[in-house]
Design a protein around this ligand. Structure first.
Ligand SMILES: Nc1ncnc2c1ncn2[C@@H]1O[C@H](COP(=O)(O)OP(=O)(O)OP(=O)(O)O)[C@@H](O)[C@H]1O
Ligand SMILES: [Mg+2]
Length: 262
């Protein structure tokens, strides 16, 4: 089953939001879905209103599984039906271990292989900073999706991401999708930014599909404040319900352009 990574060298562009929403959508369709947070902020928990689970116990992190101190099922945290998360304690330390102990790379590969057998989809949520763990996991991914903010800083982040792939000899062909996000500070010229991004993605990642953009919605923030995703079926006031429906439709259109089994 596919391993899907959301990545970008620029922070705050919507990687975690998109991974959370996509994973939740697939889970509501009856798939068994896992999201592994390689970001030690573990902000994916906030998307589901489960912030308290970030620090609930001290030993249910990926590192404890790697060290053989926990079992596979002990570190899985269920946040919705069919949807599980794994958290990371310290990304830098994990990376240092991967560099110092070659055997750790085999351990992490085995872990992902095992989860891969047990789940229909495995997502990886990365921080914008990169280290050895990033390289190893991007290399293991079947599909990489780059989320890009639609302003000059966001576009710069896309170029930095390409540069990072080249510098680390990562396969650019694995970048199958580029998702533009309109949630940016400088919203003055989104159309121009889309055109530029289209040209850049054609030049550097010719095999990738430029997805329809995710527009900025205050409802995304409202829902996140409530710990809800657009795919939670809960009573809301009329305004929020209408806005939620709009985001849902927009996301479904984006998902329709993605083939994770390709
Ligand atoms: N389309 C959108 N409309 C409104 N708010 C959005 C949208 N996309 C993202 N956000 C908000 O932007 C913030 C950053 O999003 P998110 O955490 O998903 O980005 P990220 O790329 O994962 O960040 P980091 O690099 O820190 O991991 C969040 O508060 C989120 O609610
Ligand atoms: Mg994030």
């Amino acid at each position: 089953m596919p391993i899907i990574s959301a990545f970008c060298k620029k922070g705050g562009v919507g990687k975690t939001t998109f991974v959370g929403y996509y994973a939740h959508y697939l889970a509501t369709k009856g798939n068994n879905v896992l999201v592994v947070s390689i970001d030690d902020q573990n902000s994916i928990f906030k998307i589901f209103g489960e912030d308290d689970k970030i620090f609930d116990t001290t030993d249910n992190y990926l590192e404890f599984l790697m060290a053989g101190k926990q079992d596979f099922s002990d570190i899985l945290i269920e946040v919705r039906e069919n949807l599980y998360l794994i958290k990371t304690l310290n990304t830098d330390k994990l990376s240092t271990r991967l560099i110092l102990e070659r055997s750790q790379e085999k351990v992490i590969k085995k872990i992902f292989d095992t989860y891969n057998d047990a789940f229909d989809y495995v997502f990886i949520d990365f921080p914008p900073s990169s280290s050895r763990i990033t390289e190893v996991l991007l290399d293991m991914s079947d599909t990489i999706l780059i989320v890009v903010g639609l302003d000059s800083l966001g576009l710069g982040g896309f170029i930095n991401t390409i540069q990072y792939f080249i510098d680390n000899e990562l396969e650019l062909g694995k970048i199958k999708y580029v998702l533009p996000n309109l949630y940016v500070k400088n919203r003055r010229a989104p159309k121009k930014s889309i055109i530029t991004l289209g040209k850049q993605s054609q030049e550097f990642t010719p095999k990738s599909t430029l997805l329809p953009y995710f527009s900025e919605k205050s409802t995304v923030k409202n829902l996140q404040d409530k710990g809800l995703t657009p795919f939670d079926d809960v009573p809301l006031d009329r305004y929020d319900l209408k806005e939620k429906k709009k985001i849902e439709d927009e996301l479904l259109d984006i998902f329709n352009h993605i083939d994770l089994n390709k």
